[in-house]
Design a binder for this molecule. Sequence first.
Ligand code: ADP
Length: 541
Amino acid sequence: MHGTMQDWPLLVWKLIDHAALYHGDREVVALTCEGEEVRSNWRTIHGRARQVAAALRTLGVQPGERVATLAWNTHRHVESWYGISGMGAVAHTINPRLFDDQIVYIANHAEDRVLFFDLTFVPMIERLAPRLTTIEHFVLLTDRAHMPETALNLLCYEELIAAESAGDPWTVLDEFAPAGLCYTSGTTGNPKGVQYSHRSNVLHAMAAAMTDTFRMSAQTSVFPVVPMYHANAWSIPYVAALTGAKLVMAGPNFDAPTIQRMIVKEGVDLALAVPTVWLGLLQHIEKHGGGLGRLDRTAIGGSAVPRALIEQFADLHGVTVLQLWGMTEMSPLGTVGTPCSTVAALPLDRQIDYRTKQGRATFGVEMKIVGDDGLELPRDGRAFGRLLVRGPWIVGSYFKGDGGQVTDAEGWFDTGDVATLDPGGYMQIVDRSKDVIKSGGEWISSIDLENAAVGAPGVAEAAVIGVPHPKWDERPLLLVRAKDGASVTKESVLAHLDGKIAKWWLPDDVLVVADLPHTATGKLLKTALREQYKDYRLPTA
Ligand code: ADP
């Protein structure tokens, strides 16, 4: 027996229908690769998304087929997203920072039929097109005036959609139908595809909008610096439509001056990005001055947020940091560091202790930690184990069944993270299970060490890896990159760490390096560091 309420499928185009009807004048602002600033609104974006849907039908794309995007955060990318999934196809966001071979693998594996791409990527597509075996139509996201001289057979986005009517209806689908596809970064092995459904995206957007998540409303001016190809820009293009928020996007620009300018000029009150972006912005402000306008909160995730970053935002700019934890497999939201009522009543310094944790689960995400025997561990803030999750926007299997069964018999997915859970529900990541340092049978958290090291004077970024040690198996090696012009030494960093962490956690060596390697989503590339330093002889060895 069912309840007797209506069957109203949760489809992502319903989000933008709502935005167009009730928040039609609310602005969507974007900087583009053509160097323009485009000021649009939800009504216009909605109409143009309908034209994209119609154009894809004209090109012969069928519901369920994949249409890829290789694009920055712009109005055209948002229109394409809604247009693709609105006609029933699957919007496959490709991360342009991947290596050529990975991009070729991903596009062919997804069997993408059409590719929408930005001007920036013309040279890349000229190089890769012969290897992209399934793509029939290459659509350049620009107007006729900016079409380049190229041997490629290109369609011009503005012309393609101008030929279509905005009056064609969306495609009505089962809410479990696929809407989006995103491949995990795949630091080892081939990337695997996570295929979001309409239902999972809508439910995720509703949870993300909530007061204790992003606190988004029709009055919010939101600036996702995190790119749409990185776990759906943490779902902001969906949440902004759902709430009628103003959406601000910086296209190909990730530099601190542009980010600061957009925040101030567009009255941004919520901005979202990975830690390195914010470290760069605060350094820029330290040097050149200026403020952050109406900015009220920053959502930061993808890697652990150093305490120094949280304090600097609070002290200098009155900005609250919301730490997020999640992953591509979780659409991406798992936890948010919004305080519960007990923590909110604590003095600021104690509150920040909690904000350095990854946060509490939003409704819709179940979590538990288990030991090596698979048995659940206590939620006491001390025991740590593998973090398992389940919920309606968490992966059930990878695209095409890659990797086989990824959930256990009870539906739990292993995140690959090692964490603690405290009695208040705050989760804290100890480490990626692959990155934890095993010293004399005990564990050292590379994340904790890195966070402490980033607080040392002059340090811009820190990475800790375990290197082989004859007595202890592994000991920590700390690599730091100094801020421009700062003088940082092994001694100055060790002096800073002394007393802040357990003595036996102190790194056995500290190297000041010119640069640290990153993954395509801005995380430290520990696999490369471990490879580079695998024969490194520690002074204690
Ligand atoms: P991405 O697309 O960001 O590379 P992944 O899904 O590969 O996303 O990465 C997810 C992983 O990033 C998590 O499993 C976790 O290890 C790490 N991560 C994300 N947010 C945080 C955070 N706030 N603190 C620590 N680690 C984080």
